[in-house]
Design a protein around this ligand. Structure first.
Ligand code: SF4
Length: 170
């Protein structure tokens, strides 16, 4: 059977980011996968019932794994606790992956949900740190091959050869 791929909806240009924008990744492989019915768009923050637009949020005191373990929180710059929505959205994303047979995910980097290499450090100063967001961490922990937007070449190779990546996000 054809591998299906979860994809951050903002990468398809959908205006779901916190500021109401998308971040379309123009790539012929994405167009082909979409035409083949392989892409399953997700926006974990919307699936956690957050609105568009919404205040920017960062993980304070850790990375996605710490949020899932209850050791860190997702907060806005004003200090509002968004943790429950981010965790709920990650769980919906995992459920969608399972129900749609997605072994892969292509997620936009640096998001507190979708980031898989880097996230912001929780100080709202634009500083980044190594680490994955809440959804990327949960998906990888359940064996889904998580790739960042800038890794689409590696994803394409894995999809073509049917190779499963060892979970490493987070
Ligand atoms: Fe894009 Fe993920 Fe943020 Fe939704 S949660 S806007 S899909 S980066």
């Amino acid at each position: 059977p054809m591998d299906r791929i979860l994809i951050s909806a903002c990468l398809l240009g959908r205006p779901v980011r916190y500021d109401g924008t998308g971040r379309r990744l123009a790539d012929p492989r994405l167009e082909r996968w979409q035409a083949e019915g392989r892409l399953v768009p997700i926006c974990p923050e919307l699936m956690g019932e957050l609105p568009v637009p919404r205040p920017a949020a960062e993980i304070a005191g850790g990375i996605g794994a710490d949020v899932l373990a209850g050791r860190a929180r997702v907060v806005t710059a004003a200090g509002e606790d968004m943790t429950a929505a981010f965790v709920a959205g990650a769980e919906v994303a995992l459920d969608l992956a399972r129900r749609n047979g997605c072994n892969f995910a292509l997620l936009i980097d640096r998001s507190p949900s979708c980031g898989s290499f880097n996230i912001y450090d929780g100080t709202f100063s634009g500083r980044r740190m190594a680490g994955a967001g809440v959804t990327a961490t949960l998906l990888a922990a359940h064996g889904i091959g998580v790739y960042a937007d800038h890794e689409i070449d590696r994803l394409a190779e894995a999809v073509e050869t049917g190779t499963r990546r060892e979970p490493d996000a987070g």
